[in-house]
Design a protein around this ligand. Sequence first.
Ligand code: HEC
Length: 325
Amino acid sequence: MSVGHHVRVDRRSGSHRAAILALALAFGLVLASGLALHASSARAQAPGSAPDAQAIERGRQVLYATGGCTCHTNYPGEGEAAPALAGGRGLETPFGVFYSTNLTPDRETGLGGWSQADFVRAMREGLSPDGQHYFPVFPYTAFSGLEDGDLRDLWAYLRSLPAVKRENRPPDAPFPFSWRATLAGWKWLNFTPLVFEPAPDRSEAWLRGRYLVNAAAHCGECHTPRTLTGGLDRSRWLAGSRDGPEGELAPNITPDAATGIGEWDAADLVWYLEMGLKPDGDDTQGLMSEVIEHGYANLPRADLEAIAEYLATVPAIGNRVRAAD
Ligand code: HEC
């Protein structure tokens, strides 16, 4: 996809659900046979050498840029609390409840048996080491745009975590949404690896902001409305979603003055991403408060300013998505 340009047209609504499902299912069936092939293909083994401390530290910064991968942590007060990044957190979506996976290096239940190449493929292509498709609740649509170095560093960081044994859980979702093979169809409809177009007339900060917003921080995964098949509606990029993860409402963050954050200046947004406080003094709820606390707030100020600089330049879209509505 090309960020900032609308490559995909607005998708239809309501009545086409069944047709789209059938289509997705058909593709799923065709591609399901291909999975066996993927699964048997040999894959690289983990390199022996331990990651160095600097890579781990850089990886921690990448983790902050993602918002702390908070979806993979059951914090106290959200059901049964579990150690950081050990997965098992239920994420409610219009298609069912999907449970995040264990990212700690436990061999049996986490990523202990993975190679760096496995990790990179999962993040970029949404494929597990044995070739299964991941549910798009895992935002590989955004992470596909992460740079090689950032992925390597993030991997080094994850390898440095204490291993926690905690089984992954299958989704509580009706067929066919629970069926991974269906996802081949979903990907065909909705997934193009993120590639950034050159923008020679833009500042370094703008480029950094574009990278953070669209790839690492994946703001669009929550703030962009989705189509009926659960794909991001790129014609309404960042224009607010009524069914963000966990059923939360994620407001319009385009620079539209009436319905977006056009009235916020750069300092307001930087302050918000650091403190979780809106210009009118309101605090932040839900997942946004988590990605701020465990992620964005820990980024260098220059990164937050870069986000603000870029965000002020995305197309303003009038779309009223507010908690009060
Ligand atoms: C995991 C989902 C998620 C991600 C990722 C996310 N947000 Fe949010 N965001 C939300 C939700 C939910 C709210 C509503 C919070 C509330 O009601 O207090 C919100 C609120 C906001 C608001 C307040 C808007 C207003 O009008 O009140 C801003 C600004 C914002 N997000 C910007 C961002 C930016 C910039 C990024 C990426 C750097 C981002 N968000 C990433 C879910 C997310």
